[in-house]
Structure formats: structure tokens, C-alpha cells
Design a protein around this ligand. Structure first.
Ligand SMILES: C[S@@+](CC[C@H](N)C(=O)[O-])C[C@H]1O[C@@H](n2cnc3c(N)ncnc32)[C@H](O)[C@@H]1O
Length: 405
């Protein structure tokens, strides 16, 4: 449904209403980002939709799907673009690489770097680069360099002060760090144990240290950086899926039939209001639970026994022939309040449900409020004794550490 006033008609008015909405929800924090969004004609990059739809702040326009109907390219929602531009802190005169093109965001970057700066946008798909180059020309931004290449590989035009990745990444390939000027930043939607955060990393020698992280979702990276999750179907059908995203995943060979065993329940007295976000709980569970994965249940399924807190993707722990996941139950209607808990299945169901419940308690006491963790990417091969305490996620090219305050 449109969040724009019905009176907005011209593209200038629609841009202004879009920027007002993004300021009001806290996404736009600086005048520089607001000014860029006020100037660039977003509708030129989205000719398939109406003028009003082009300026819907939270609407992404899918421009290409794969054979399974999965989106592989889009003009991202203005909200996520503004969020990442705020994170990236692009200044006049900078040299910027954008990975994943659509044209619109590259034009915003061109506004931010000004006439003294340079923007190179890279996409792996000629359909996207042709389209982006055409629309950039039409909108008056032909000074943006459009390159057809795999963005995980080095490109000409560096060293870059900013690398802005606008496609979901699982790893941080060396080309990004090597192509970055010292003190430069990479802003990237990075998947960690199945959870995505747009992280701005500042280069510090051969390490990347996060300066900000925001919840987001993106289409997935193709090419050499592509990475598929490991999917397990404990019922043998797509009704319930267990997904494991990292190279070191638990043994899942003994889970057949586990969801047909009796269910254990644990409740925590930790509550959450209706629209209250709890993304940091997922990240905390991903960091603190060995054998972490995500469980999803087909929205069409009528199962009542398998009832995770979120049917799309819910924290899960697996150990041998048992599993448990995060659950949520309504405890009050006015105002709607829910209690966190856990459901366990298999011989070890009670212990695994306890494990989740315990960590929900730690989260609410120690991490529910506050600035969230710092993410640091160390080169692959960095020995354990040179890493900070805390969880380590081993990617192919980096060892990612997550330090909670
Ligand atoms: C969400 S779209 C980019 C949105 C765009 N920045 C905009 O202005 O709205 C993601 C793009 O990443 C591209 N992509 C996927 N894998 C890539 C890779 N390895 N290198 C470069 N581009 C890639 C896809 O073809 C797709 O066009």
C-alpha cells in the first residue's frame, strides 16, 4: 500500500515525499544523502512501474528472475539504498566502486562524490550493465563507469575510498580489501550463519573492522563468490527445511523422523511487544549456540507441532539425533505481548531447548540494548591465538570474529 500522500503528483513532489518518509523513519540522517535522493530521477531507472510506484520508499523493483522465479537483479528499495549510503559516508572527490548495478544507486553515488570524484559500477550480467548504462546516460550520469565483470575479482579504477556492495555476499574476497585505499571502507550485506547484516568495515592493514551494522536482505551473489546453503529436509518433503550456511556445519545424518518424536517446551518469561524488533537475539543465538542453523516451515503447511517463532527463518540448534528451535507464544492481547521459549525434539530435546532458553536469558540481560557487536575480518590463515575471544566464523577468504560488548 502506498505510504505517499495522494496529492503528490510530479516526480519532484514524489521524490520530496519519499525523502520526507525516509527522514521520518530515521533512515536518512544527513542532508547530503537527502539531497542526492532529491535530485536523482529514480523513475528513469524503473520504467516498468508507474511514477508513484517508482518512489515507494520500501519498494524494490525486480528486473530479472532465475528459472525458479527467484529474483537475481533489482533496483533496490530506496530505503535500503539510503541506509547503506549513510553507512558508507561517501564524501566529495572520493573514488567509489559499486558492486551490483541498477544505475540508480550509482547515480546517487555520483551525486555524493561530485564532479571531482569517480564512480565505477560493476555487474556480472550484461542485461543489467546494458540497462544501467542506458538509464545513466538518459538521466545525465554518463560519467559513471559501467563495467561488465564478476565483482569478486579485481577491477580497474582503484584504489577505492569506498566499496559499496549491493548484492548479498557470503565472503569477503581479497579483491575488495586489496582494491581499497588505507582507511577506506567496504559496505556490504554479509551473510553470517544465514543472517544478513549490512556491515561497513574500515580497512586497518590486512584486517577489516566494522564501524556499523544494519539488518537487511539482498539478492544473492553470483559468480566466484556464490555460496549455497546446505539444506536438510527432516520430513523428506519441503514442508520443513533446516539450513546451514557455513563450512563447519553439524552432522545432520541422524535427523530423519526427529520431528515425529514428542516435543519438549521451555518458556523463559522474556517477553517482546508486537512490533518490537529482536534481530539482535537471532545474531546472539547464532554466536552462542553450537550447531546453529535456521529452520523454515512452508507457509502452506498445517503442522501444529513444528511451530518456530518465525516460519521463514528461525534459529535452530542441532546435536546428533536431536534439535530445538526458538519459539514464541502470545501471553497477552492488549497490548499484544509474546514470550520467548524453545521447542525440542529427539532424545536430547530437553537439554537443547534449555540451551536456547538459557541464551535468550543472557541476551535479554546483556545484549538486548546497546550498540551490538563488532565484526572483524582477519585474513584466512590467521592463527587462533591472534584472534580475539568469542565466536569465529571461517569463510574461504577471511576469519570473521564477532565481539559483543
Ligand atoms: C540488488 S541488485 C543491485 C541494485 C543496484 N545497485 C541499484 O542501483 O538498485 C544486485 C545485482 O548484483 C549483481 N551481481 C550478482 N553477483 C554479482 C557479482 N559476482 N559481481 C557483480 N555483480 C553481481 C546482479 O546481477 C544484480 O544486478
Amino acid at each position: 500500500m502506498s505510504t505517499l500522500p495522494k496529492t503528490a503528483e510530479t516526480d519532484e513532489q514524489l521524490r520530496s515525499a519519499m525523502v520526507d518518509a525516509l527522514r521520518a523513519d530515521g533512515t536518512i540522517r544527513t542532508d547530503r544523502v537527502a539531497d542526492a535522493l532529491l535530485v536523482v530521477p529514480r523513475h528513469v531507472f524503473a520504467p516498468e512501474v508507474s511514477l508513484t510506484e517508482a518512489y515507494e520508499p520500501v519498494r524494490a523493483l525486480v528486473t530479472k528472475r532465475d528459472g525458479h522465479g527467484l529474483a537475481v537483479s533489482s533496483v533496490s528499495a530506496a530505503q535500503i539504498q539510503a541506509l547503506m549510503l549513510e553507512q558508507a559516508d561517501v564524501q566529495p572527490g572520493m573514488r567509489v566502486e559499486e558492486i551490483g548495478s541498477g544505475g540508480y544507486n550509482a547515480a546517487l553515488l555520483a551525486e555524493l562524490v561530485g564532479p571531482e570524484g569517480e564512480v565505477t559500477t560493476v555487474d556480472i550480467d550484461p542485461f543489467v550493465t546494458d540497462r544501467a548504462a542506458r538509464f545513466l546516460y538518459e538521466a545525465g550520469y554518463s560519467r559513471v563507469k559501467v563495467v561488465l565483470a564478476d565483482g569478486s575479482e579485481p577491477v580497474d579504477g582503484g584504489p577505492f575510498d569506498r566499496v559499496v556492495v549491493t548484492v548479498g555476499a557470503w565472503d569477503l574476497p581479497p579483491a575488495w580489501t586489496d582494491g581499497l585505499a588505507e582507511g577506506g571502507t567496504i559496505t556490504v550485506p554479509l551473510r553470517m550463519r544465514g543472517l544478513t547484516r549490512s556491515i561497513s568495515f574500515r580497512r586497518d592493514g590486512d584486517r577489516l573492522v566494522s564501524v556499523s551494522a544494519e539488518v537487511c536482505g539482498f539478492v544473492r551473489m553470483q559468480g566466484t563468490g556464490a555460496h549455497d546453503e546446505h539444506l536438510v529436509l527432516p520430513r523428506g518433503t519441503k514442508e520443513v527445511g533446516l539450513r546451514f550456511d557455513e563450512l563447519d556445519r553439524p552432522d545432520t545424518s541422524r535427523l530423519a523422523g526427529v520431528l515425529e518424536t514428542p516435543r519438549a517446551e521451555r518458556w523463559t518469561q522474556v517477553t517482546v511487544g508486537n512490533q518490537e524488533p529482536f534481530d539482535s537475539l537471532y545474531l546472539w543465538l547464532a554466536c552462542s549456540l553450537p550447531g546453529f542453523g535456521l529452520i523454515s516451515v512452508d507457509p502452506e503447511s498445517d503442522t501444529r507441532t513444528v511451530a518456530p517463532a518465525n516460519r521463514m527463518a528461525c534459529p535452530l540448534v542441532v546435536d546428533g539425533d536431536s534439535l530445538a528451535y526458538l519459539a514464541l507464544r502470545k501471553i497477552s492481547n492488549g497490548p499484544a505481548t509474546f514470550e520467548f521459549g524453545a521447542h525440542g525434539f529427539g532424545p536430547d530435546r530437553g537439554r537443547l531447548a534449555d540451551l536456547i532458553a538459557e541464551q535468550v536469558g543472557v541476551w535479554t540481560r546483556e545484549h538486548r540494548t546497546g550498540s551490538g557487536p563488532t565484526f572483524t575480518a582477519h585474513p584466512a590463515g590467521t592463527p587462533d591465538d591472534q584472534l580475539p575471544d568469542g565466536p569465529v566464523i571461517d569463510k574461504r577468504h577471511v576469519r570473521l570474529t564477532i565481539s559483543w560488548p
